[in-house]
Design a protein around this ligand. Structure first.
Ligand SMILES: O=C([S-])c1cc(C(=O)S)c[n+]([C@@H]2O[C@H](COP(=O)(O)O)[C@@H](O)[C@H]2O)c1
Ligand code: NI
Length: 453
């Protein structure tokens, strides 16, 4: 079973804060750097350092751009219009098919500390960069999901469609690297559930490539509206939630409520770049496990997506292969059910259950690896009982086991299949002997607890 991540967004959320918090949680920096080096995007380097933010020791993730790509993201004076406040309008309408920068340097109205370049990319431009990298299929799926949400929100703000809208800052190299990095780190940590109850957000206005925008900026408003994300007003003049941060939450969130009780496995703090009064400026990321105690609640209620396709012309070999690929790409379940289709044809219904953000990537795998030309999808409610992974000592060695809390509070032990097989092979014992010995040992270990099943 995957890990559950709780994001405490009491100081908002941005792309770099997310990556920093995940690295602080233990995601591999080495793996991140190795994977980023395969992105066909140039002019950037990443720095991972420790900083003190509001007295807290936090991780800082910084995408450093070369002179041709640098931006204003941390320049508070520029962001809030204290320098030359002349508007910096760009139409979104111009057509291009390659990365380019608009060079406004040295013009009187842009004569401030940084040169002001924008790379305008479409969703297709960004997808091409992601697909050409060596990111895992799961990480690619997460990145596609985040940019898909951004494209919908930007399109709505600018009266375009997701296919035609041009990204400004959110399509720049640093934002692409932030989003890819967040996906690589989540994949590395094995996170499958993401709980985000709400996002704290400031007020006022902020300057961006479009000009002066009200906070929350339009893209954030659209993202939160579409995904039903609650915003909590914070006593801060400025932007705490960036479009990238909101899109990460919109695409990856699987739940909006913490379990009634939970244990903290690990905590990470990611520093924001901007300095505001009245908030800590850090994103706290917590890996949690349901405590499985009396007051553990009745588990997690979340939404999952089911993909379904009926096949009467696909070989068993192809079906077996696609199921393997789907599971490797992060599906929760993938199976084929024998059915009799129209004209009396024997066939199979391929059923895949996944977190919603993975659906587009898994659909691609189905189209590429089977004969289907259509996939049905539906969102479903899922009720998962509270469960805690444990290691049970048995006469055959240690066996990984899930302890599951039943609705009436009793606890059942479910030995993990692969761990049972390892013990069988280690000890030369039968599956039944190891499985039942593990259940008995689990119950014995908890014999003081009157609520055993
Ligand atoms: O890039 C685009 S199109 C963009 C749109 C909007 C809208 O609300 S529309 C806002 N912004 C601002 O850009 C910076 C950087 O955002 P990141 O998500 O890349 O960190 C931020 O201040 C946004 O408000 C950009
Ligand atoms: Ni925009």
């Amino acid at each position: 079973m995957g890990k559950t991540l709780y994001l405490d967004c009491s100081s908002g959320i941005s792309g770099d804060m997310t990556v920093a918090a995940l690295l602080d949680l233990g995601a591999s920096e080495q793996r991140l750097r190795g994977t980023l080096s395969t992105l066909p995007a140039h002019g950037f380097d990443v720095a991972v350092t420790r900083v003190r933010k509001s007295g807290l020791d936090a991780c800082d993730f910084d995408v450093r751009l070369d002179a041709a790509h640098e931006n204003h993201d941390h320049d508070m004076a520029w962001l809030y219009g204290h320098l030359d406040a002349s508007d910096h309008e760009h139409g979104h309408a111009h057509v291009h098919d390659h990365e380019h920068a608009h060079d406004h340097e040295r013009s009187a109205e842009h004569d401030h500390a940084h040169h002001h370049h924008h790379e305008h990319r479409s969703l297709a431009d960004v997808c091409a960069i992601i697909d050409a990298s060596a990111m895992s299929e799961r990480a690619k799926g997460l990145v596609h999901a985040v940019f898909g949400k951004l494209a919908e929100a930007e399109a709505k703000a600018h009266g375009a469609t997701p296919e035609t809208v041009m990204f400004h800052e959110v399509g720049a190299v640093d934002s692409i690297v932030d989003i890819c990095s967040a996906a690589i780190c989540l994949d590395d940590l094995g996170v499958t559930e993401v709980i985000v109850p709400s996002l704290a957000e400031g007020h006022g206005t902020i300057r961006c490539a479009h000009g002066i925008m009200p906070v929350p900026v339009p893209a954030v408003v659209n993202l939160c509206q579409a995904a039903g994300i609650a915003l909590v007003p914070a006593p801060v003049t400025g932007e705490l939630v960036t479009p990238t941060g909101a899109a990460i939450v919109a695409a990856l969130r699987t739940g909006n409520a913490l379990p009634a009780s939970y244990a903290i496995e690990r905590v990470g703090y990611g520093a924001g770049k901007r300095a505001y009064e009245n908030c800590s400026g850090v994103l706290r990321a917590v890996l949690i496990a349901s405590a499985g105690s009396d007051d553990a609640g009745d588990g997690d209620r979340s939404t999952v997506t089911k993909l379904e396709s009926d096949l009467d012309d696909c070989t068993g070999e192809a079906l077996g292969r696609v199921i393997e690929l789907l599971m490797a790409a992060g599906a929760r379940e993938a199976h084929a059910i024998p059915i009799v289709m129209k004209k009396g044809r024997p066939g199979h219904q391929l059923e895949v259950v996944c977190n919603g953000e993975l659906a587009p990537a898994l659909e691609r795998i189905i189209f590429e690896n089977t004969t289907t030309i259509g996939i049905r999808s539906m969102d479903m409610r899922r009720h998962a009982l509270p469960r805690t992974p444990d290691g049970i000592e048995t006469p055959y060695g240690r066996v990984a086991t899930k302890l599951v809390v039943m609705p009436d509070g009793r606890v059942r032990a479910y030995p993990e299949y692969s761990s049972v097989i390892e013990a069988c092979e280690r000890a030369g014992a039968s599956f039944q002997d190891v499985f039942h010995a593990t259940q008995a040992a689990a119950i014995n270990a908890r014999s003081g607890d009157a609520r055993e099943a």
